[in-house]
Design a protein around this ligand. Structure first.
Ligand code: SAM
Length: 301
């Protein structure tokens, strides 16, 4: 369902004074009281109440007046207000129907925003933004579905130049991790196949209402035009990656052998590893993206 928030009450585009914006905690509290809004834990609702953090996100996303923005989960519209002022057009996808009337109010001064009352996981972003248009995705993500959202955006090959998101701090570090470390895993490899990650800021819990029980970080993922490694069968490579990290403590050979997703014998894996100059005892957590691509090509032969 598309809700056009264009209204008669048009104000010049300098728009809302800083103190009257939702990033002022007083304004957020007033708005929540006015609408008797109850935060829903199941939707991961932690609203931003710090203008410096929003400035940092806008800066990291490098937003200009030519940009089409897709915001995932606008909440009551706190960051959306800033996005509308800095971008050409904003599509804000919000699952919670109770927030729609609030957004109609808080975003009323802007004529360059469309609120879409939908689950982002079921939204065709390319169709929404118009075929052929590149977008920048910006969000303070609901933490309960961070990975499905990010992976969904990449795997559906949405036309995004970049994805700049607030996520749980540990997840940001996992996305950026390099081989060998404790944070390195399937998410690091998947993200780094599609994009170059850069952590732009760490954000403490007191910048949100209600405060989350974890630290947060802003990460920018700049999408590659072409993946940094060539692989014959992308799906097989990702199956192998998942198999290797499902059982972190096992050798790569055992991990792949025990996986229900692929059916290679220990000997087949050992032979492939030998061809790559790697010992049979190697663990998945030490392999680079290039090595997983090579392993996938050898096993797929
Ligand atoms: N952007 C707002 C802010 O920074 O104040 C709210 C961020 S809050 C962490 C996450 C938002 O995502 C909530 O508004 C929540 O209702 C919304 N949300 C949760 N799951 C969603 C989904 N599957 N699709 C779209 N929005 C979702």
């Amino acid at each position: 369902m598309l809700i056009d928030l264009r209204i008669e009450r048009r104000i010049e585009l300098s728009i809302i004074e800083k103190d009257a914006r939702l990033s002022n905690p007083k304004v957020t509290i007033e708005t929540i009281k006015k609408y008797n809004f109850a935060f829903q834990k199941r939707f991961g609702q932690n609203f931003l109440i710090d203008s410096h953090v929003i400035d940092k996100i806008i800066e990291a996303a490098d937003i200009t007046k030519d940009d089409i923005i897709v915001e995932i989960g606008p909440g009551i519209g706190t960051m959306t207000q800033y996005l509308c002022e800095n971008a050409k057009k904003v599509y804000a996808i919000e699952i919670d129907k109770n927030l729609i009337p609030i957004l109609a109010d808080t975003l009323a001064p802007y004529d360059n925003v469309e609120v879409v009352n939908q689950d982002v996981l079921k939204t065709d972003i390319e169709a929404l933004a118009g075929k052929g248009n590149k977008v920048k995705v910006v969000a303070n993500l609901p933490y309960y579905i961070t990975t499905p959202i990010i992976m969904g955006l990449f795997e559906n090959h949405i036309p995004a130049e970049s994805i700049t998101v607030m996520v749980q701090k540990e997840v940001a570090y996992r996305m950026q991790a390099e081989p060998g470390g404790k944070d390195y895993g399937a998410l690091s490899l998947a993200v780094q196949y599609y994009a170059e990650p850069y952590i732009a800021a760490n954000v403490p819990p007191n910048c949100f209402m209600p405060r989350p029980g974890v630290g947060s970080a802003v990460i920018r993922l700049t999408a590659y035009d072409n993946p940094p490694v060539k692989v014959k069968d992308e799906r097989l490579m990702f199956k192998l990656i998942r198999a290797s990290f499902n059982q972190r403590r096992k050798t790569l050979q055992n991990g792949i052998n025990n996986s229900g997703e692929v059916s290679f014998t220990k000997e087949q894996v050992e032979n492939a590893l030998l061809k790559m100059g790697l010992p049979a005892s190697v663990r998945g957590e030490t392999l680079t993206l290039e090595q997983f691509a090579m392993l996938s090509d050898l096993l797929g032969e």
